[in-house]
Design a protein around this ligand. Structure first.
Ligand code: FAD
Ligand code: UDP
Length: 379
């Protein structure tokens, strides 16, 4: 008898497996339908020996000291500040849009005050900022919106920015200075030996049993467990009772080139051209020295593995109905990006999993067996 069955070995499932096993001495069965741990953060060495991210670029950044300290138990870090260029009107310019972006694109030499006026004269008045279009046109005006955001967003999400919640494009700030970093969080690092190695260390505990290539449906009636943690898509768990929740997917095209470097930064965005949204060259992220280099092209699709919940009001309504059912489930917890239908970054999922653990610790007494062993261990 397992104390917990955990479905999904991404950040949500792995953090909870680690906490329950190490802090409560409970027996955990962690399953994933994929052949590996790490969920979408999984990385691996390809045939050429270059470390790549199987599911596109994953850059760790957080303002949470607690999340950073927690993960630091399982990895050392490599300082890395992410920088992105966008190909716009045939030029490679920095995104987030900043002083340098505007000066380069328009052949100007504005300072920060002048840029503020430049934006103000172009920004459109918007009484209530609701959509992903509103956020951008009310800050930098329609022309830069068209150049940087409209095409990229239509490719990425399959809908106009006006059809998406403001939170989507609000992820990308606008700056008046020359700060061209993609993120401004206090902690910006990559796991020194990669994500998969970090997950290996997290899950290296005698109380954690893993089964890969295993779907929840394969085992739900085969193994006995007291409680369940589900980190897959919530609509799937409830057999799509209220209809399918849309998740946007991607097709990844991984290539390796016979040269050490291909592009000047880790990620180049293509808001105006091509069917792909962005191209990632991993060696910038990982710091790996290698005579070859590997890149990934991301082609957004509707079909395929669920990667992105789609933030818009009508989907939030459907999710709320599922959430109501979820709350009513005895002995089941829903955690993570797919199970809570939130466009969360890795650090937010870790924070959510740690908070779930704290609630479990408060609400659920230790099982007899775990209690016995825990007290023996403490003696
Ligand atoms: P997942 O990683 O999706 O794990 C869920 C796991 O559950 C999966 O492995 C799945 O196979 C398994 N599963 C689902 N259903 C079942 C079932 N029925 N039976 C068995 N197994 C099941 N975040 C950042 O912080 N920085 C970034 O730079 C970043 N870049 C990203 C780039 C891309 C292209 C994508 C898609 C995401 C990115 N993210 C990034 C977000 C990050 O991937 C997520 O926040 C995080 O991985 C979510 O973890 P999770 O455990 O909730 O979900
Ligand atoms: N975005 C855009 N152009 C860009 C970068 C981002 O239009 O050059 C929009 C797009 O809608 C994207 C969103 O901003 O989905 C959030 O960007 P982010 O880089 O955070 O996306 P993620 O890394 O999560 O795919």
């Amino acid at each position: 008898m397992f104390d917990w069955l955990i479905v999904g070995a991404g950040f949500a499932g792995s953090v909870l497996a680690e906490r329950l096993a190490s802090q409560r001495n409970e027996r955990v069965l962690l399953i994933d339908r994929r052949p590996h741990i790490g969920g979408n953060a999984y990385d691996r060495y390809n045939d050429a020996g270059v470390l790549i991210h199987q599911y596109g670029p994953h850059i760790f950044h957080t303002n949470s000291e607690a999340v950073f300290d927690y993960l630091s138990q399982f990895t050392r870090w490599r300082p890395y500040e992410h920088r992105v260029l966008a190909e716009v009107d045939g030029l490679l310019v920095p995104i987030p849009i900043n002083l340098e972006t505007v000066n380069r694109l328009y052949g100007l030499s504005l300072d920060s005050d002048q840029l503020a006026q430049w934006f103000a004269s172009r920004a459109e008045r918007c009484d209530e900022i609701k959509t992903s279009e509103d956020v951008v046109v009310s800050t930098v005006g329609r022309e830069l919106y068209e150049k940087f955001f409209r095409g990229y967003t239509k490719k990425q999400w399959g809908v106009e920015p006006s059809q998406l919640d403001k939170s989507v494009t609000a992820r990308v700030p606008t700056r008046l200075n020359r700060d061209d970093r993609y993120f401004s969080d206090a902690y910006q690092f990559m796991p020194l030996h990669g994500y998969t190695r970090m997950f290996e260390r997290m899950l290296d505990h005698p109380n954690i049993n893993r089964m890969l290539n295993t779907d929840f449906d394969d085992v739900r009636n085969e193994v006995s467990y007291r409680r369940l943690i589900f980190t897959g898509p919530i609509d799937e768990y409830f057999n799509f009772r209220f209809g399918k929740l849309p998740y946007r997917s991607l097709r990844f095209e991984h290539i390796t080139l016979d040269k050490p470097r291909h592009q000047p930064v880790a990620v180049v965005n293509y808001p105006q051209t091509h069917a792909y949204t962005r191209v990632t060259e991993y060696k910038h992220l990982t710091g790996q020295e290698h005579p070859k280099t590997s890149l990934t092209y991301e082609f957004p699709t509707d079909d395929g593995d669920p990667y992105y919940p789609v933030p818009r009001a009508e989907n939030a309504e459907i999710y709320k109905r599922y959430e109501k059912l979820a709350i009513a489930q005895q002995n089941v917890r829903f955690v993570g990006r797919l199970a809570t239908y939130r466009y969360y970054n890795m650090d937010q999922v870790v924070g959510q999993a740690l908070a779930t653990f704290r609630r479990i610790a408060k609400e659920i007494p230790l099982s007899d067996a775990a209690f016995d062993t825990a007290s023996v261990a403490a003696e």
